[in-house]
Structures are given as C-alpha cells and as structure tokens.
Design a binder for this molecule. Structure first.
Ligand SMILES: [Zn+2]
Length: 253
C-alpha cells in the first residue's frame, strides 16, 4: 500500500494512473472523483457546485455520475453535473424512480468499465433497500455509501438488522487491504461509541491517528477493510442479534 499524498488539503490516492479524491460537501458528506487521464467519475454528489469547481480546477471531464443509494444527500448534484457534461447517471435499478436524473442501472454482480476504471457492483441492503457498493478491484478500493462507515455503519432506514449484518459481512470479505471510502465523515463520533464499548485491540491507537487527521483538516477516509474488521464494533458483532442490539444502542448514543 502506498502512502496517501496530500492534494490541496484533500487526501488523494494514486495507483495505476487512477486517482481517488474525496470532496467534502455540505456538513459532513463526501463525494468522490475517480479519475484516469482527463476523464473522471463522480460518486454520490450531494450538490453540484463543489464538485464542478474541483472538476474545473483539475481540468477534468465527467464521464459518468454514480450513486450508491437514493438519499438526497448522495444524488442532489446529479442533474446539474449530467447536464453540463451530457453524461449518464448510474444508480441502483430499484431506485430508478426515486433518483433524479437516473439513466443507467446498477445491479448486483454487474461489472462495468467507465473512464478507464473497472467497477464491480455489490448489493448491500440495510440502510436502504437497494443500496449498492462500488468495488474497484484494480484499485483495491470500495465505495460503501451509508452502509459501512469508518468505525461505524449506517442507520437502518429501509432494511432489517439481518440484511445489514450480511451486507457488512459481504464487505468485510473483500481483500483486507481494500481501501474504504464512505459517504460521511462520522469517524470521530463513531469512534466515541466504539470506545464506550471497551477497547478493542488497536482501537485507541486508531482513534489517536484519526483525531490527528481531523486536527490537520484532513478527511479520515480511506480506512481499510483490515482496520474495520479489527476495530469497527459493527463488524465485530458475532451474530445478527448482537448486531441489532449494537445498532439500537448507537441510535440513542
Ligand atoms: Zn443515506
């Protein structure tokens, strides 16, 4: 794994000519650029202006917009970005009627190559019923939307604890060095909950390093699947019942 390289106060990662850059938007959302040469993908744009500003600064052309799920703070920028670049908008096929600007389906097991980047679609219901992850096997990166957060997981708005438990298991089965890019900067508040449960091995060291990133104004993303398996209480839950209890406790933490 190569070190993260700061890029204008952002954290960008360079591998095989593909760069992944988080764009902080709204209060705590992340959209992502995944670019190869001058072509970029935009993942989960909560708003268009911040994304378009960065795309312009970098001199990029948007080849496609992709959404992990239908919530407004992941799709609100779709239409403006698609109109400017005449590009498609990919989203979960079951959300076609509730994602503005939707043009192309994302379905479990599908593989697609866009802007020189190969993506695999994994169905991970729980936060919403049609939520997907976008896995980039060649980059060892996964975009988990609001399902897996660093040190946490999303609320169960449309799915059951059982669905979410299995979705998290599916993500945790990805290669251990896969970098995790999630939809929100919730790491420190998730960390406070994790700490309240007692110290998992490595948790305190991790919290220290995540706090240092935030103190320097850097995003905590990406984490890795290996770090999450070791320190994320929701991935450490041994069964559905324990997971459901944990999720309920976090809802009122
Ligand atoms: Zn959401």
């Amino acid at each position: 794994m190569r070190p993260y390289q700061p890029h204008n106060s952002e954290t960008a990662f360079f591998s095989a000519m593909v760069t992944i850059e988080p764009i902080p938007l709204l209060k705590d959302n992340y959209a992502y650029l995944v670019f190869h040469g001058k072509q970029t993908l935009v993942i989960d744009p909560s708003e268009a202006a911040g994304v378009l500003r960065r795309v312009e600064e970098l001199g990029l052309e948007v080849a496609a917009v992709l959404n992990t799920h239908h919530h407004w703070d992941h799709v609100n920028g779709n239409e403006s970005i698609a109109a400017k670049f005449a590009c498609p908008v990919y989203g979960p096929v079951g959300d076609r009627d509730r994602i503005a600007g939707w043009t192309n389906p994302l379905e479990d097991g599908q593989t697609l190559t866009l802007a020189g980047t190969r993506l695999e679609v994994l169905s991970i219901p729980g936060h919403t019923s049609n939520h997907v992850a976008l896995y980039l096997p060649d980059q060892r990166a996964v975009f988990t939307g609001d399902t897996l957060f660093l040190l946490g997981c999303g609320r169960l708005f449309e799915g059951t604890p059982e669905q979410m438990f299995h979705s998290l298991k599916r993500l945790s089965a990805l290669p251990a060095d896969t970098r995790v890019y999630c939809g929100h900067e919730y790491t420190l508040s998730n960390g406070a909950f994790a700490e309240s449960l007692g110290a998992a091995p490595g948790l305190l060291e991790r919290l220290k390093s995540e706090k240092e990133k935030r103190d320097r104004g850097l995003p905590t993303v990406p984490g890795t699947i290996q770090q999450e398996i070791a320190t994320n209480p929701f991935l450490r839950a041994p069964d559905v019942k324990s997971f459901a209890d944990l999720r309920r406790a976090k809802d009122i933490f």
